[in-house]
Ligand binder design. Structure first.
Ligand SMILES: *Cc1c(COP(=O)(O)O)cnc(C)c1O
Length: 359
């Protein structure tokens, strides 16, 4: 039996489809290949992937091999998607890639060696154009192409890279990475190319190439890390009020007297906490939505949080929106000092999950 006071996580697949259409329009002719790592940014790779397939997506990215296997199982034989695994190929993993028909994204010379040793297969090549985290150095890519046999047996279907500062359109790092990508891509003249995640998709035509790889903007996160009116909230987290209290001047609220009260303050205690994904660091700067207005988030504990409600009509059991259309993902992330991606993947396994719209 569910808890009477459970937080509720609503995942709106119609909003997801809307965001996919926005990205498709922005990508112009480029393919939109959703990134569904970390269980579809915590929202369920299977229902999200099935809906995006229905919306026309045919290529997908995940991080781990096991995520690729799970997504393949969800798609089944009737939906022959191309599924790229960003971790690439490790020694001994080739049979699992073959069994689930997954395409490794190779990011290092040892991975390329492992793929060659395993026999002919389709792969993607990841180039480090200046993010520094992952990928072949451009010189390594050049040496591979110039040798006659170092890519033999590998069908390189995609050359890709990843931007480190795509959310800042004016950052010169973007043009530096673009230049390096163009130079490296020229080594593979017949191969499809991909540079951009959500943010880069909105950087204009130079950054789109053949395929874009959005994650966060499919789920409503703005490409500039601020709310974007074109995108809809996919995840809505709400929780019921447990109690309504009036605090008096001189009172202290929460552990370590975190909040000192200097004027009479009416508050609601809400049945959600950092267990449910409301990051504790959002206290003070965070906002919730209740009774038609934005409310200040005063403290966040493990299972409870407290918001200020002024003179709003309120009763135990009334739901407070902690994340959603009226409590934007990017604002909560900014208040918590993090990115929208982290907010989503930390959303509760405890909350009651409700999917809206067809999968
Ligand atoms: C996570 C990831 C993406 C998607 O990034 P978003 O910012 O969520 O759009 C795309 N490409 C790679 C290589 C990634 O790791």
């Amino acid at each position: 039996m569910g808890d009477p006071a459970a937080a509720r996580l609503t995942i709106d697949l119609d909003a997801l489809a809307h965001n996919h259409a926005v990205l498709r329009a922005e990508a112009k002719g480029a393919d939109v290949a959703p990134v569904l790592k970390s269980d579809g940014y915590g929202l369920g790779a299977a229902p999200v992937g099935l809906r995006l397939w229905a919306e026309g997506a045919r290529s997908f990215f995940v991080a781990r091999l096991s995520e690729g296997e799970a997504l393949r199982a969800a798609f089944g034989p009737d939906r022959p998607a191309t599924i790229y695994v960003l971790d690439g190929l490790t020694e001994g993993a080739a049979p699992r890639f073959a069994a689930a028909n997954l395409t490794p994204v190779l990011s290092s010379l040892p991975q390329i060696g492992a793929a060659q040793a395993a026999g002919p297969m389709s792969v993607a090549l990841n180039i480090d154009t200046g993010m520094g985290r992952q990928g072949l150095a451009p010189d390594e890519a050049r040496a591979l192409v110039q040798s006659t046999d170092r890519l033999r047996g590998l069908n390189v279907g995609l050359v890709m890279s990843h931007l480190g500062s795509g959310a800042e359109p004016e950052n010169p790092r973007n043009t530096r990475q673009l230049t390096t990508f163009l130079e490296t891509k020229a080594l593979f003249p017949k191969t499809r190319a991909s540079l951009s995640a959500s943010a880069g998709t909105f950087l204009g035509p130079d950054y789109r190439f053949d395929l874009v790889r959005p994650g966060i903007s499919l789920f409503g996160g703005g490409p500039r890390e601020t709310p974007d009116p074109r995108l809809k909230a996919v995840a809505t987290l709400s929780a019921p009020i447990l109690d309504i209290r009036t605090l008096r001047p001189g009172d202290a609220l929460g552990y370590g007297e975190s909040v000192r009260i200097d004027a009479t303050t009416r508050v609601a205690v809400v049945a959600a906490g950092y267990t449910d994904g409301v990051i504790r660091a959002a206290k003070g700067a965070g906002r919730a939505w209740f009774a038609g207005a934005v409310r200040r988030l005063l403290i966040v504990n493990m299972d409870m949080l407290v918001i200020e409600i002024d003179d709003a009509d309120a009763a135990p059991g009334d739901h407070v929106e902690l994340l959603g259309e009226n409590a934007p993902l990017d604002d909560l992330a900014a208040a918590a000092g993090t990115v929208a991606h982290e907010i989503l993947v930390r959303l509760s396994r405890r909350a009651e999950r409700i999917y809206l719209g067809e999968a």
